[in-house]
Design a protein around this ligand. Structure first.
Ligand code: ADP
Ligand code: SF4
Length: 689
């Protein structure tokens, strides 16, 4: 069934003492669960094994208590006590024949040790470099510390073996791992034999790999993860120096795992980075080494993957996000089901789980991290319940996912959509600058539904309570979305504020409908996610003189969690958009807006011809409210249940809507659990005093 042109992706390949069954390599990735939710994290990796990945890694695992990156929640291997939870994970990974890998991290100058309260140890004495600029400095490792650190790595490798792993990855990428800190002149200011020349800076990694090889090298493959370019110019570990390093150390690891830059660079969102974005940086490195190379680049297309391998650039296709969006990607390629691949949209919502220390979500795959908590499988739905049919009102991400998943369960589904195309907000937002890949949320579901005989879609069908009662479906799912507010009510203003009627005011919906302001435009962003920045980009491109004002300290503040805030600011600044931070809009007056300081009483006027309000949204819940008011008529109409989901219930990012749609489909006709906790949870074992 497999297309022969993809055969190369299924050729086994050796990594040190082990052989991977194919070229699909799930590189380490966070999930917001880590040591706090070990069974949830283990089950998530187990699903990838079932989905056909040849190599599956953990997220970063802190390998010694003298270095940790709290508040972020990863894994820990500090003592033997940590082995059982890691063994559970490796067993899940290996269940369907994948090799199990663990990424050993010693964070050095990147670890503030907020939890252990140990003094951080780094290659050179420097302030800790974290997302949060913690006011902590690290002490430089002395010679005896370096000897200790080498021993700790050996101990961690031995424990990894006891925990059942086949591969250990030494983390030296993204600015996060101590191996990079030794290799880069930006973090290595030493004057002893570990600093100065590239040979000296390479000494530590050579010593650690030799030590681990002596201890467990016949049973464990050692991979080294470095960034292809530190992206801070010649002072950093540049692409040219990476090439020199690989050439000088050809046979050092059993596999080169070549990531890129900072995490922001490596996990670049689709708004700013294309698939295979690292191609030029990794091209040609194989000429220096015979050891296999894995690289990443948000690969979702098997044709692009084949090209990477055939051209000799990569041996393994590294995937983090594509494996989250579709854990069954390899299996679908193998079974010739390319059109069933649920392609990652590059929105980085998965990363926000780690950044907010909560369990992760995925926009495309609502089952991500719910495999154990809720028993959700990405490819299998629960059996159909007692009723037979569902009317889904609205075809945005919530309604579409509900319809898709309900049809998998075997229900007859009718989708009623007021407009002439499906997709709701996604159908509109995909036309905004940089967001075209988000359209995959609709494309995947549209195709899946088109393959189902039990789903009918009705366009041009704005329904009201009366018509729904007339139809008499057993179950009604209201997924009618939300609209942007025009009155600016959000966080700064909890009630509408003074607005001069002569000032043209636009909402994001107006802009997406094709309406346009002209001349000097103020965008007031009290939403703080992507929309304000995206509209600034659009209007500036179209020739408006744009000023974006936000009460937050950062432009598009919440995008710090999607790792794109810096890039958004850079792009808008380079386009000439005036960025006004820490200021709100207190009044919209004739010809200008009055802008208040977020902290003081100082006001400044910004002259403008129009204002775009990016504030909050109002739920389109009239149909639901009307139906509720007529609950007495439901039984006569044959209606058993009416529920409201997605933005119509409570507006949020697209991932919240697909999750709501999926949950609705899973729970229809289910047992009423009342006030009980709707997921499984693991709690820390209480110590015996
Ligand atoms: P969500 O993110 O919750 O899926 P969206 O706003 O993306 O919400 O999608 C809602 C969809 O519902 C839109 O396509 C809209 O046209 C449609 N819709 C809204 N009200 C009705 C209605 N009364 N009848 C049918 N479709 C509706
Ligand atoms: Fe891709 Fe977005 Fe899912 Fe992350 S959350 S895997 S970026 S679709």
């Amino acid at each position: 069934m497999r297309d022969p042109r993809y055969d190369i992706l299924f050729e086994p390949a050796k990594i040190g003492p082990h052989t991977a069954k194919n070229r699909f390599y799930q590189v380490p990735h966070c999930n917001g669960g880590g040591y706090r939710d070990p069974s949830a994290a283990a089950a998530m990796r187990g699903i990838k094994s079932e989905g056909g990945w040849g190599v599956i890694f953990t997220e970063q695992c802190e390998m010694h208590h003298t270095s940790e990156i709290t508040p972020f929640i990863e894994l820990r291997l500090w003592e033997d006590k940590d082995i059982p939870q890691l063994r559970k994970m490796s067993e899940k990974m290996k269940e369907h024949g994948a090799l199990a890998g663990i990424q050993l991290a010693y964070s050095g100058v990147n670890g503030p040790n907020l939890y252990t309260k140990e003094v951080p140890l780094a290659v050179s004495a420097q302030p800790i470099r974290t997302f949060t600029n913690d006011p902590v400095q690290a002490r430089a490792l002395d010679k005896s510390d370096i000897r200790d650190l080498r021993r700790w790595f050996v101990n961690a490798a031995k424990r990894s073996k006891m925990a059942g792993f086949d591969l250990v990855c030494l983390y030296g990428a993204h600015g996060f791992g101590i191996f990079q800190h030794f290799l880069s002149r930006a973090t290595n200011h030493r004057t002893d034999e570990y600093g100065g020349s590239l040979e000296n800076r390479s000494r530590f990694v050579n010593e650690v790999i030799a030590d681990i090889r002596d201890a467990v090298g016949d049973q464990i493959a050692i991979t080294l993860r470095v960034s292809l370019d530190e992206t801070i110019g010649d002072l950093g570990f540049s692409n040219a120096e990476v090439r020199d390093f690989v050439e000088m150390n050809k046979d050092l690891p059993d596999l080169w795992d070549l990531a890129q830059g900072t995490w922001e660079d490596c996990s670049g969102p689709s708004r700013f980075k294309e698939e295979a974005a690292q191609h030029e940086l990794v091209k040609g490195i194989h000429e220096f080494t015979q050891k296999p190379i894995v690289g990443v680049g948000r690969f979702t297309s098997p044709d692009v993957m084949v090209k990477q391998i055939k051209s000799g650039v990569l041996d393994f296709i590294g995937c983090a996000r594509p494996s989250i969006a579709d854990p069954f990607l390899p299996k679908k390629v193998e079974e010739g089901r390319i059109e069933d691949i649920r392609e990652c949209i590059g929105c980085n919502i998965c990363i926000t789980g780690d950044m907010t220390m909560s369990i992760s979500r995925c926009t495309q795959n609502p089952t991500f991290m719910e495999e154990w908590r809720k028993g959700w499988h990405p490819e299998k739905m629960n059996a159909k319940g007692t009723s037979d049919n569902v009317l889904v009102v609205g075809s945005g991400p919530a309604g579409l996912e509900a319809a898709r998943a309900l049809s998998e369960r075997g229900y007859d589904v009718a989708i009623a959509e007021a407009k002439t195309e499906i997709g709701g907000r996604v159908a509109r937002e995909r036309h905004l600058p940089g967001l075209s890949a988000w359209g995959r949320v609709v494309d995947y579901r549209e195709y899946q539904i088109s393959q189902k005989p039990n789903v009918e879609t009705y366009f041009d069908s704005p329904l009201d309570a009366e018509s729904i009662l007339e139809f008499g479906f057993e179950n009604v799912c209201i997924a009618t979305g939300a609209k942007w507010r025009r009155d600016g009510v959000s966080r700064q203003h909890v009630v509408p504020f003074a607005t001069d009627p002569t000032m043209p005011i636009f909402t994001p919906d107006d802009i997406m409908d094709g309406k346009r302001p002209s001349g000097k435009v103020v965008i007031y962003d009290d939403d703080h996610y992507y929309m304000g920045g995206v509209l600034a980009e659009l209007l500036a491109k179209e020739g408006c003189d744009v000023t974006i004002i936000t009460p937050a300290a950062y432009l598009s503040e919440w995008t710090n969690n999607t790792l794109e805030q810096h890039t958004i600011h850079k792009r808008l600044a380079e386009m000439g958009v005036t960025i006004v931070l820490n200021r709100g809009v207190s009044e919209i007056a004739k010809g200008h807006v009055k802008s208040n300081c977020s902290f003081t009483d100082t006001n400044v006027d910004f002259g403008c011809d129009a204002v775009v309000m990016v504030s909050s949204k109002i739920e389109n819940n009239e149909v639901f409210v009307d139906l509720k008011a007529r609950q007495a008529d439901w039984a006569d109409a044959g209606i058993k249940s009416v529920k409201i989901i997605g933005d119509a219930n409570a507006p949020g990012p697209i991932a919240w809507a697909t999750y709501a749609g999926h949950r609705y489909a899973r729970e229809l006709d289910g047992e009423d659990i009342g006030d009980a906790l709707p997921f499984r949870r693991e709690i820390t074992e209480l110590a015996i005093d």
